[in-house]
Design a protein around this ligand. Structure first.
Ligand SMILES: Cc1cc2nc3c(=O)[nH]c(=O)nc-3n(C[C@H](O)[C@H](O)[C@H](O)COP(=O)(O)OP(=O)(O)OC[C@H]3O[C@@H](n4cnc5c(N)ncnc54)[C@H](O)[C@@H]3O)c2cc1C
Length: 395
C-alpha cells in the first residue's frame, strides 16, 4: 500500500518514463542537430509535472520530498543526461525560489517556474573560479534605495539566454572569504545583461552554454534569494542536491548503455553462437550491472540524506562514484559491440561524452574526493589513539 506521497511519486515517475520514451529518445538526435534548446519539450515536461518537483502545491509544484523527486532524473537520464541535468537545475532553482525567495518574488515568478512558462538556472562559476569558488569576483553594490547594482561575469552558464532568470551568486565587498556572499535572481531581460558566444561542445549541442555578463545591472531587493553571508552556504546546499541529481541521471545512462549492449550482444553471431554466450562478455556486462545496482543504492541513500548533517558527504560519495561508473559503462558497452559500438546509430559514443561531462559539472570528481578526504580527516581525529612504532609519529 503506497502512502499519499508514494502514490504521487509513482505517478511522477511514470510521467518521467513517458516523457523519456515519447519526447526525449525519439528527438534527442534532432535537438543536437538543431543545436537549440527544445523549449516545446521542456514545456511538455512541465505539463507532466516535472518542472516543480519540490515546490509546494500552493505554488503549482508537486511538493515531493527531495529523496523521492530526485528519482525522476534516473528516468530522464535514460533518454539524455544533459537534458536531465538542465531540468534538475531548473527544479533546484524553483525549490530555492519557493523556499527562500521574498513573497514579492514568489508572486512574480513561482507559478511561471513550476508551470515551465519560464525557465531558471544557477550562476556561480566564473572564468577564474570554477572549483575554487571562493575566488569569484562578481560584485553587487547596495544602493540607498535598497536596489543592488551588479557588475561581473559568470562562465559555463547552462541554459544561457534560454532561461528567463538566473540565481546568481555575488560578493558584496572586497573582503576575502564568503562572509559577504549573497544570491540574487537576475532576469534575462534586465538592462545590462548579455551573453557571450555559445561554447562549442560535442554531444549536448542543444544545451546552450555561455558566459554571462553584468554591466551596471540594477535589480530590486525583492530578488534576493539568500541574504549577505548565506550566499556560499546556500549555493553549496543547492550543489549537493545537484550532485545527487546527476548521480540519479547517470543511473539512467548506465541502464541505457547496458540495454543497448545486451540487445546487440544477444543477436550478434560469432563462433557458432552469440556474442553474449562468451563468458568474457558476460563478465564485462556483469560488472556494468553491478555498478548500476551499487550506483542506484548510493544515490538513493544520498538523496535521503540531503538536509541532514550527512548530506554533503553522501552527495560527494554519489558524485564521486556514479559518473565514473557511467563512463566505465559507456566505454565497456562500446567495446562489447566491437566496431558497431562506434556507429552513431547506437548512441554509445554520445553516452561516453555525456558521462564525461557529468564527471565535471557541479563539482568535479576530484572535488568530491576533496570533500571525502576532509571527512576522513575529521573521523580520524575522533578515533582512539593507536600505538604506532617508535619514531613514526609524535613520541
Ligand atoms: C556542461 C556544463 C554545464 C555547467 N553549468 C553550470 C551552470 O549552469 N552554472 C554554473 O555556475 N556552473 C556551471 N558549470 C561549471 C562547472 O560547475 C565547473 O566546470 C566545475 O565546477 C569545474 O570548474 P572548472 O571547469 O573551472 O575547472 P577547474 O576548477 O579549473 O579544474 C580543473 C581541474 O583541476 C581539478 N581540481 C580542482 N581542484 C582540485 C583539487 N583540490 N585537487 C585535485 N584536483 C583538483 C579539477 O577536478 C579539474 O580536473 C557547468 C560545467 C559544464 C561542463
Amino acid at each position: 500500500m503506497g502512502t499519499k506521497t508514494g502514490t504521487k511519486i509513482d505517478q511522477i515517475l511514470e510521467a518521467a518514463k513517458q516523457h523519456c520514451d515519447d519526447v526525449i529518445k525519439p528527438n534527442v538526435d534532432d535537438w543536437n542537430a538543431a543545436g537549440k534548446w527544445p523549449r516545446a519539450a521542456s514545456a511538455m515536461a512541465a505539463a507532466q509535472g516535472l518542472l516543480g518537483l519540490y515546490a509546494p502545491e500552493e505554488w503549482g509544484g508537486q511538493g515531493l520530498p527531495l529523496g523521492e523527486g530526485i528519482r525522476v532524473y534516473e528516468e530522464l537520464g535514460k533518454g539524455d543526461g544533459a537534458y536531465a541535468f538542465a531540468l534538475s537545475m531548473h527544479n533546484i532553482c524553483t525549490y530555492a525560489t519557493c523556499g527562500f525567495g521574498t513573497e514579492a518574488f514568489k508572486e512574480k515568478w513561482a507559478r511561471d517556474l513550476t508551470s515551465g512558462r519560464k525557465l531558471a538556472n544557477f550562476a556561480l562559476t566564473e572564468p577564474q573560479s570554477g572549483s575554487d569558488a571562493m575566488n569569484m569576483y562578481t560584485r553587487a553594490k547596495i544602493n540607498g534605495d535598497g536596489t543592488w547594482t551588479i557588475n561581473g561575469a559568470k562562465a559555463w552558464v547552462s541554459l544561457a539566454g534560454e532561461a528567463d532568470v538566473y540565481l546568481t551568486v555575488v560578493k558584496t565587498s572586497d573582503t576575502p572569504g564568503h562572509g559577504d556572499m549573497a544570491m540574487i535572481a537576475i532576469p534575462k531581460d534586465a538592462e545590462g545583461v548579455s551573453f557571450g558566444p555559445m561554447y562549442d561542445t560535442a554531444s549536448y549541442e542543444f544545451l546552450p552554454l555561455a558566459e554571462m555578463y553584468f554591466k551596471d545591472v540594477v535589480v530590486s531587493e525583492d530578488n534576493i534569494i539568500l541574504p549577505i553571508g548565506q550566499g556560499l552556504q546556500g549555493s553549496l546546499m543547492a550543489i549537493d542536491i545537484a550532485r545527487v541529481s546527476i548521480a540519479s541521471g547517470c543511473c539512467g545512462l548506465i541502464e541505457s548503455a547496458l540495454d543497448i549492449a545486451l540487445a546487440y550482444s544477444s543477436r550478434r553471431k560469432m563462433f557458432g553462437g552469440k556474442n553474449l554466450d562468451l563468458e568474457g562478455i558476460q563478465w564485462m556486462l556483469g560488472d556494468v550491472a553491478t555498478d548500476l545496482e551499487v550506483s542506484r543504492l548510493l544515490y538513493r541513500k544520498a538523496a535521503n540524506a540531503l538536509g541532514t548533517p550527512d548530506g554533503p558527504l553522501m552527495a560527494a560519495h554519489a558524485k564521486r562514484f556514479v559518473p565514473d561508473a557511467a563512463m566505465r559503462a559507456a566505454n565497456t558497452c562500446t567495446q562489447v559491440l566491437g566496431g558497431s559500438g562506434l556507429l552513431k546509430e547506437y548512441g554509445l559514443d554520445r553516452l561516453s561524452r555525456l558521462s564525461q561531462m557529468l564527471r565535471i559539472v557541479d563539482g568535479t570528481t576530484e572535488i568530491s574526493r576533496v570533500v571525502i578526504g576532509r571527512a576522513l580527516q575529521k573521523r580520524a581525529a575522533q578515533l582512539p589513539e593507536l600505538r604506532i612504532p617508535k619514531g613514526y609519529g609524535e613520541d
